[in-house]
Design a protein. Structure first.
Length: 248
């Protein structure tokens, strides 16, 4: 006779990994919330130039979307945003207001196009405002005040996560996952792609996300730079595109 029980057959495996501490659990909870598609920073309104790339024929299917996003991530805006996030996180963690202000200013000036500036500053402002109201922190206001230039999205994520003690490595990979997921969502609506193809692209980009995250955390500000000129042109051309579903 087949017997069933609510107790696992082997309880020993449950003790292999220690439980998260209260601080670790809180940090993970906040990071998952802040970088969830449901967090209201308006990311769904922006395509980072993907809309023009689809109209121009650069992106036509899952494979071409994957190639485009891989380049954006490893050789373009993705890598640069990761470098800014890492340096802001460290400056904020160290309480270095001067470095924080200079990095925030450089990150804002580094944005290549007007449409991309709208995208990243709008999301950055929304991220800061929601975080400060829902998760107030005594040190966060001083860090925000140190940035006397528009706070772009990666700077906002680095600043808030540092203020709340969320580790840099987890923040970096969570940030890249959120950015890539939004890019894929935009591409899926524009090409269009089905849900399975979208998940295949996300899975294929996993090693690129991990590698780019490691590069960004090891990079200096002198390593900033990109070679995704077609993506920058797409962002510029989107401004005058006749039919638009997205704001960038």
């Amino acid at each position: 006779m087949l017997m069933t029980t609510n107790r696992p057959a082997d309880d020993s495996s449950l003790n292999d990994s220690p439980a998260l501490s209260a601080d670790e659990g809180a940090a993970l909870y906040r990071l998952m919330t802040w970088l969830s598609p449901a967090f209201p920073v308006g990311a769904f309104s922006y395509s980072s130039g993907i809309e023009w790339a689809v109209e121009a024929g650069d992106i036509t299917d899952a494979a071409s979307l994957q190639d485009w996003l891989s380049a954006m991530l490893s050789d373009g805006a993705g890598f640069c945003d990761g470098v800014f996030l890492a340096h802001v996180h460290r400056a904020a963690s160290d309480g270095d207001d001067t470095a924080l202000r200079e990095i925030a200013e450089l990150a804002s000036a580094f944005v290549p196009t007007r449409e991309r500036q709208l995208e990243t500053t709008t999301q950055g402002r929304a991220f800061i405002e929601i975080a400060r109201n829902a998760w107030p922190h005594e040190g966060m206001e001083r860090l925000i005040a140190s940035c006397d230039s528009p706070i772009v999205y990666p700077v906002a994520v680095g600043l808030v996560s540092a203020a709340h003690g969320v580790p840099l490595s987890a923040t970096m990979h969570g940030f890249f996952h959120a950015v890539v997921s939004n890019w894929i969502s935009a591409g899926a609506r524009l090409v269009p792609l089905g849900q399975t193809d979208s998940q295949r692209v996300l899975a294929a980009l996993e090693p690129v996300v991990v590698t780019t995250g490691h590069r960004a955390m090891a990079a200096s500000l002198d390593d900033l730079g990109g070679a995704t000129f077609r993506s920058d042109i797409a962002s510029m051309r989107h401004e005058t595109q006749y039919t638009r579903l997205f704001r960038s």
